[in-house]
Write a protein that binds this ligand. Sequence first.
Ligand code: ADP
Ligand code: MG
Length: 299
Amino acid sequence: MRNNKSGPHCLCGPFCIMMTDNIIINIEDLGFDYASDDGEIAALTGVSLSLARGSFTAVIGRNGSGKSTLAKNINALLVPTRGQVTVGGFDTQDEDRIWEIRRMAGMVFQNPDNQLVSAVVEDDVAFGPENLGLPREEIRARVRSSLESVDMYDQRKMAPHLLSGGQKQRIAIAGVVAMRPDVIIFDEPTAMLDPEGRGEVLDIAKRLHAEGITVLLITHFMEETVDADRLVIMDRGRVAMDGAPGEIFTRTEELRALGLRLPFAVDLAEGLRARGVPIPEGLLHEEELAEVLTCLNQK
Ligand code: ADP
Ligand code: MG
């Protein structure tokens, strides 16, 4: 068996530290079956992925393609039926490491209401650090810095149920940040939010990434994936595509065959190109498209 710490491309053997230190999550040939009354449901079949420390990876795919099952296998809410998942070198099947794995790889879920447990914002954020048994002063400092990192420190005395969906989701994120995670896995964190809340949460994810946290963002909004370092497309329990967004979004036929919509700017650029308008390839943002069209109009 491969050394726990090695990445999938490491050929140097068990003492290699050059490439291995850079891999925070390693998933090898992961299979996961759910038991149901009608027998086993194969939710994941042969997923292999390794995530570099400090990277921002977006995951997209149709409903039921296995995204949530993948996320839960990373933070050991589920453990593999086949294959292996390691987080920071620890195997998720190692029960002695389960709490450390969950601390290292925090999760933010779709519904903020299901993640908030206390009647006051600051108590909610303190909940995780308290369970770690940290000293009072350390807990206070973490609550403050975590709430500041999601721009919610001023609301620390408020009741979570009085906040907007986007604000509640930011409190849930602060609760994860207070655990000092290496990775945050966001499982469709904006699905239940209005456009404003969606923007706020996405901005926070980008900011945390800029501060050094590894981000895995599962989403069904194509536009949320364009700024990721890497885009992984799931289909029927497998990785169907894996690459930089700029490369993936040139493969429009494959994406459509997988039942996926294109980001608005990519879709419109393709339509214009088909009508003979000379729009360059690899354009992902609406602002870029607007700029190109303005230039063309002035020629
Ligand atoms: P996604 O997050 O991409 O929508 P999921 O990981 O939730 O996909 O689901 C993958 C597959 O596993 C689907 O076929 C789904 O119906 C099935 N599934 C998910 N959760 C359960 C469960 N608790 N019990 C049985 N089957 C499940
Ligand atoms: Mg899901």
